[in-house]
Design a protein around this ligand. Sequence first.
Ligand SMILES: C[S@@+](CC[C@H](N)C(=O)[O-])C[C@H]1O[C@@H](n2cnc3c(N)ncnc32)[C@H](O)[C@@H]1O
Length: 221
Amino acid sequence: MTAAGRRSRELRARYEAAGAAAFYADERWRRSRHARRTARRELRMVAALVGRAAAATPGGLGRILDLPCGAGRFLGLLAAAGRELVAADIARPMVEEARAAAAPAAVLLQASAAAPPFAARTFDLVLCFRLLHHFARSEERRQVLAAMARISRRWAVVSFFDAASLQAWRHRIRRRQTVRFAQTAASFVSEASAAGWEVRERRFVARGISEQTIVLLERRP
Ligand SMILES: C[S@@+](CC[C@H](N)C(=O)[O-])C[C@H]1O[C@@H](n2cnc3c(N)ncnc32)[C@H](O)[C@@H]1O
């Protein structure tokens, strides 16, 4: 097995481990003031970018996909933003945890972001949040970005970790980058562009300090 394949299996195993999904659904975002603030800001920024896509879409957003959905913290927001909601994650326990957070009409399934089981242009918008920073290699990130471009009719909201931040710099000197990988903004733009996307807007959890960067992408026709 390749190093990338091994890491991908380890990543999945981490989120499928006993207690991981329950932790992510609750304690992960409540354990400190910093975690609570990050969660609030991320929700606010995703809402703003999804709102911008909705406003620029005649008739508003129809079908929305959240992949990976994790424990479902964005599902309420997304259900209100579109007419149909699909949520998926590679880890079965995460999907089960998300089911509890989802409106009854939402469709939930287990799926990989690298090979999502949907027809081309199924969704008006795809949210891919806190996944790309788990991939060390450009090819892995590009594969996910290309898969999103295939199944989206127009929009994606995607997060990545920006290497030009204090947090990334601290992780680098402490050599904590074994499961989280920051990249330069230029490399993200180039990978998104190679996958068929244009960057329309960027938001920062705390510009220059936090690694977390959230981007609205529009698919090239
Ligand atoms: C950090 S969590 C983020 C979840 C959610 N987007 C959020 O921000 O709350 C990362 C998620 O990615 C999922 N995951 C990891 N590799 C994946 C893959 N190749 N395809 C789909 N989901 C994956 C994990 O199971 C986990 O739920």
